[in-house]
Design a protein around this ligand. Structure first.
Ligand code: PLP
Length: 453
């Protein structure tokens, strides 16, 4: 990040004070009690750094809801957006546009053979809405199965397939969605003590759920390959292969929600590549262009595409395949290749983040488990390692977790936190120096913790 001058800082302070005042008067924030909020003002960012309203720098270990995989203000992506804006800012999805065609080509170049068609959306929730609609129309069946520990978006169907408590206030129970437990050994629902047992029991539970719900009623199973917001729990390969086999056996569409885990977050283009499975539908958003301009989409296989080859697909969006968003996606995918970001993400996960977090877990009274891959890691905060009782209740926060987040921020790191967890999810191209600095802050804050009741 360029050093800010006194004049820059003074300008940032002035504009931020006004922005804050107007925000609190007029902006309605997501998932929040409006009058209990004290949001951070950010008007500048660069790479892995964001600058607050006082001109103070913070390491962004949240990637803005696990979104800016390529970091802030990547010059190639910024330039691509400017170049496209000079040519054409918007065009309806009914027309062909070069940026859109090229984005679809580059995306499908990165998918397994047979997943060759992209329906563009504005983000992740609407990608899941459309993926489910396509699966229902293709199969002629209605029910959708999804995991309790999952997040699939805030719109109607997406929030109903979501497992976590954000679903509750929108869920009338008539959505055709049935939830099940996925594997998660640390908090096993199956009394398993080994990964193999957890996998086997979780698969048996899913199979029984399918049988008892009736395979002839189930259109799709939607799974985050690695659940993100719900805790970054890596499944075993056998689990994913087992899900694929159950879908094949019962003529159920397997939708891989790669909105958070896709486009490099785990060190691969798609997280399912780690598990040797191929879905029927992939949904994506976030990392495809790091959210520089909103973009998401549904990638479908040839069979599902075939259902809409001769009859119209009943769905669409004004901004589907928006040229500015697609130009940003093209530049993002190219920059990721040119700058070796996949290898970097894999390496920092294996050699730096994993070992450092495991060491922190050993030395901290309140870190129960750390887990992850690439630049996608979770820290499980507990009252004590024996009981594993979460440091905040399911679906809520606690003063203890709030104090940990505040301490990290005080030392210059903005984390992603959810309930009793902290997630270490910096941009996948973060420099080793910034990464070490940020992890040093986690180490200091977490090893110093000493809560009692
Ligand atoms: N799916 C997953 C796995 C997500 O993590 C998210 C958002 O965090 C969504 C879907 C929803 O995406 P959006 O917020 O772009 O609608």
């Amino acid at each position: 990040m360029q050093q800010l001058s006194e004049a820059d800082i003074s300008a940032i302070k002035d504009e931020s004070a006004r922005a804050y005042e107007l925000d609190r008067a007029h902006v309605f924030h997501s998932w929040s009690a409006q009058e209990l909020l004290e949001p951070m003002t950010v008007s500048r960012a660069q790479g892995s750094t964001i600058i607050d309203g006082q001109g103070q720098s913070f390491l962004d270990f949240s990637s803005q809801l696990v979104n800016t995989n390529i970091g802030h203000q990547h010059p190639k992506v910024v330039q691509a957006i400017k170049d496209q804006a000079d040519l054409l800012c918007t065009i309806s999805p009914a027309h062909v546009n070069g940026a859109r065609s090229e984005a679809a080509r580059l995306i499908t170049d990165r998918t397994p053979v047979g997943l060759d068609h992209v329906f563009f959306t504005n983000g992740g929730a609407d990608a899941n809405e459309h993926a489910i609609r396509m699966a229902r129309l293709h199969t002629g069946k209605h029910k959708v199965l999804s995991r309790y520990r999952s997040y699939h978006g805030g719109t109607e169907t997406a929030v109903n397939v979501t497992g976590d408590p954000r679903r509750w206030s929108n869920d009338r129970g008539d959505s055709g969605v049935v939830h099940f437990f996925g594997p998660f050994l640390y908090r096993s629902e199956f009394s398993a003590t080994t990964e193999a047992e957890e996998t086997e029991r979780a698969l048996r539970h899913l199979e029984r759920t399918i049988e008892l719900e009736g395979p002839s009623t189930i259109a799709a199973i939607i799974l985050e390959t690695i659940p993100g917001t719900a805790g970054i729990m890596l499944p075993g390969s056998d689990y994913m292969r087992g899900v694929r086999a159950l879908c094949d056996k019962h003529d159920i569409i397997y939708i891989a929600d790669e909105v958070m885990a896709g486009f490099g977050r785990t060190g691969r283009w798609f997280a399912f590549e780690h598990f040797d499975v191929v879905p029927d539908i992939i949904t994506f958003a976030k990392g495809v262009n790091s959210g520089y301009v909103p973009l998401g989409g549904v990638i479908m296989d040839d069979a599902i595409y075939g259902s809409f080859a001769q009859k119209a697909y009943p769905g669409g969006l004004t901004y589907s395949g928006h040229p500015l968003a697609c130009a940003a996606a093209v530049a993002t995918m190219k920059a990721m290749d040119e700058e070796g970001m996949m290898e970097h993400a894999r390496r920092i996960g294996e050699e730096i983040i994993g070992p450092r977090l495991r060491q922190i877990a050993e030395n901290s009274k309140h870190v129960g488990e750390v887990r992850g891959v690439g630049a996608f890691w979770a820290i499980e905060l507990v009252w004590d390692k024996e009981s594993r009782e979460p440091l905040a209740p399911y679906g809520g926060g606690s003063p203890e977790v709030a104090s940990v987040v505040a301490a990290l921020k005080e030392h210059g790191v903005v984390p992603f936190s959810n309930y009793h967890r902290l997630h270490v999810v910096p941009p996948i191209n973060i420099s080793e120096e910034d990464l070490e600095t940020g992890l040093g802050v986690f180490e200091k804050v977490l090893t110093d913790l000493d809560f009692s009741r």
